[in-house]
Design a binder for this molecule. Structure first.
Ligand code: SF4
Length: 468
């Protein structure tokens, strides 16, 4: 190998909810500073390019979510064919959890957490005359790092990613920024937890603002913060919101904040609104206190009501997300969830897919620490990357399948959220042998939303699999 020729690295994003990935742009900045020739491929918008892959010395795939990992695993054989000289690395939250499977597919290096120093170490190792191919870098590193301004120059244009849709139907180009990684909480079902183990790391405000500035220059009029929780460090969150508003008063933003933090830091919500926050995503997960306790969510069903009232009072829309189907969900419990959305006038605030989501138990999940839980699961399924489970009441599983099929058909046909909800309402009551009451009343008003809904565990679509 010519030690003076730039080392060629290809960073691949299989899928990240229609976001332009920070997790490619940040390593790209580090690797370019190291003198590497870096190409980025985003399979949500691009196909595997033989020309780009042919001379790669390193191909690194980012798996920040379940769907992305499933796409990556299917793409790996083709990538190895197209990049025969490349060492393959997979990094991101789902990499350490699936280490053995990935290594079985020819992956040489598996990284999670604060991965950038390990990527540099890997490149230096591969550039040695007799390159050591055995991984020396820690599989999980949580060391504090010095963040670079992400290099987004090799990624598709922002305008080709998900956009903000306002209630009047108008749209805005969205930039995607991260003010922190990891999380200080330990919710049992969350994929952040096995890797970050209750730790979060701050991206300095100056770096975040430079990243936002470059995206505003590219046309962004709304910033979606991808932090697992924007109020893990509330002082940092507010600092970012103020800096964004001061620099770009017309740019709006959204963030993800847990229910407990919305209540504990309620006094900051009006300030978030003043700074341009138009909606907050919050992982409510359930309205049943026993399920919330099992998931270790640190909030109660009543806290959900409080958070809705607080965000409404501040003029910010709340977009709750749910794990609608768990082994502890009953038919009546599911109907209670629908009733609560009606009571709180949130029907228009919840993407229907949220009402289909089934608890995913990946390898390494903290749920497996629950006494007696693993015994209720089937054997690990390497295709779905999780432990399948059947509900003790087969009617619940049947209802979930029917509702999932209905929601998928409705999305294809462009059915309005309230009409999809009406179908779910009827099907849930039928499954429970009850007569569905008339819906009527106020189902709530449409709220600002991203054009790709937030959820992390969908089956890869045919379109996604056509990228390779
Ligand atoms: S669900 Fe949210 S609050 Fe809980 S551990 Fe995950 S990121 Fe943190």
């Amino acid at each position: 190998m010519d030690r003076n020729a730039p080392f060629e690295v290809v960073l691949i994003n299989p899928y990240e909810l229609g976001r332009q990935p920070f997790a490619l742009a940040e390593p790209a900045a580090w690797l370019k500073r190291e003198g590497c020739a870096v190409s980025c491929l985003d399979l949500s918008l691009q196909k595997l390019d033989p020309e780009i892959l042919r001379h790669a010395g390193l191909v690194a795939l980012y798996v920040g979510m379940h769907t992305a990992t499933r796409i990556a695993m299917q793409a790996l054989p083709r990538i190895r064919e197209l990049a025969p000289k490349a060492h393959i690395c997979v990094y991101g939250l789902y990499a350490p959890m699936n280490e053995a499977l990935l290594r079985g597919l020819g992956v040489g290096t598996v990284l999670g957490g604060e991965v950038e120093p390990a990527l540099l170490s890997l490149v230096r190792r591969l550039r040695e005359p007799a390159a050591a191919t055995t991984q020396r870098e820690p599989v999980i590193s949580l060391e504090k790092i010095r963040f670079e301004v992400p290099d987004r120059s090799g990624l598709p244009k922002l305008s080709s990613y998900a956009h903000l849709v306002l209630p009047d139907g108008s749209t805005r180009v969205v930039g995607f920024a991260e003010g922190s990684r990891g999380c200080k909480h330990l919710c049992r079902h969350c994929p952040v937890v096995p890797v970050y183990q209750g730790i979060f790391r701050i991206v300095p405000a100056e770096v975040v603002m430079q990243d936002i500035r470059q995206q505003v220059t590219e046309g962004a009029r709304h910033i979606s913060f991808g932090d697992p929780d924007f109020f893990n460090g509330p002082t940092h969150g507010i600092k970012l919101a103020r800096a964004l508003h001061q620099a770009f008063p017309d740019v709006t933003f959204d963030a993800t904040i847990k229910i407990q933090h919305l209540i504990d830091h309620a006094e900051l919500l009006p300030e978030l609104r003043r700074c341009g926050c138009v909606f907050i995503t919050s992982a409510v997960e359930a309205v049943d206190d026993e399920i919330l306790r099992i998931l270790d969510k640190n909030h109660t069903s009543l806290d959900f009501d409080r958070a809705v009232a607080l965000t409404r009072a501040a003029g910010i829309a709340l977009a709750p997300t749910f794990v609608a189907f768990t082994p502890w969900t009953t038919l009546d419990g599911y109907i209670a969830l629908l009733e609560r959305l009606l009571e709180l006038q949130l029907v228009e605030s919840v993407p229907p897919v949220q009402l289909t989501i089934r608890l995913l138990v990946p390898a390494g999940s903290y749920l497996l620490k629950l006494p007696g839980f693993k015994e209720k699961l089937k054997v690990f399924d390497s295709g779905m990357l999780g432990y399948p489970w059947d509900h003790a009441d087969p009617r619940v599983d049947r209802m979930q399948q029917e509702i999932t099929a209905w929601v998928a058909r409705s999305e294809q046909d462009g059915v309005a959220r309230r009409d999809v909800f009406a179908g779910i309402w009827r099907m849930a009551h039928e499954a429970a042998g009850r007569l569905a009451p008339e819906l009527g009343g106020n189902l709530g008003s449409p709220i600002p939303r991203l054009s790709e809904p937030w959820y992390c565990c969908a089956e890869p679509t045919d379109q996604q699999l056509q990228a390779f």
